[in-house]
Design a protein around this ligand. Structure first.
Ligand SMILES: C[S@@+](CC[C@H](N)C(=O)[O-])C[C@H]1O[C@@H](n2cnc3c(N)ncnc32)[C@H](O)[C@@H]1O
Length: 202
């Protein structure tokens, strides 16, 4: 089974509206203050079947939300958000600077091939206007330990920093939290990651 098949199966059984609450807090408390005060163009990557921007009432924005899982996209609500069945690693749709904000809603962690990650970063950079913001909340390796999870690529904070910089981004916010780290039960063993919140400018 590959990652897309995994998520297609996941969204067949998980019909509830779903996104991690930490993302909503990250956007409202930290990212929002770094955005220009005008109508915004936002891309939510890996939105699943319900983008967190559904609940950002009062936000003056055109929002595109993408996911590569057809079961996720077929379960999206009717709303002002434009849900699209798209893969962030596919260059065809992201080669024009259009968005003021690209928000990674725990999608990068799910891209396990190094070539695909490279393409995702290139596409994110190309799809942002100059001065545009890329904000990501991402699981990272806990300091002093090592964690691996099926269908997930969990890098160290240093590797993530290097990837952002090597793609031309200027990092303006970098916060690691151990307390709000994500945990998963794998083979009956609880594994816990740290959490990195990163904001970068093109
Ligand atoms: C861990 S879930 C996060 C869902 C939700 N945004 C949240 O935060 O709870 C990751 C999502 O990214 C999507 N995804 C993974 N790889 C993708 C890709 N290459 N392009 C677009 N979506 C992808 C998956 O289908 C899944 O919905």
């Amino acid at each position: 089974m590959n990652s897309k098949e995994f998520f297609n199966q996941f969204y067949q059984t998980t019909k509830d509206h779903y996104y991690s609450q930490s993302l909503f807090t990250f956007f409202n408390q930290i990212v929002f203050s770094k955005l220009p005060q005008r109508e915004l163009k936002i891309l939510d990557i890996g939105s699943g079947s319900y983008s967190l921007f559904e609940d950002c009432t009062g936000l003056n924005a055109h929002v595109d939300a993408i996911d590569f899982s057809k079961t996720a996209i077929s379960n999206t609500p009717i709303s002002k958000i434009n849900y699209k069945l798209l893969d962030i690693t596919d260059a065809h749709h992201f080669n024009f600077p259009f968005y003021d904000l690209i928000f990674d809603s725990h999608c990068l962690n799910c891209i396990t091939s190094e070539d695909d990650r490279e393409n995702a970063f290139k596409n994110i950079y190309s799809a942002l206007v100059v001065g545009g913001i890329f904000a990501s909340e991402i699981m990272i390796q806990p300091i002093g330990e090592h964690v691996s999870m099926p269908f997930k690529s969990i890098k160290s904070a240093q590797e993530i920093e290097q990837t952002f910089v090597s793609h031309g981004f200027k990092i303006i916010y970098f916060m690691i939290s151990s307390e709000s780290g994500f945990s998963n039960s794998i083979g009956g063993i609880e594994v816990k990651c740290d959490l990195l919140r990163i904001i970068a400018k093109k």
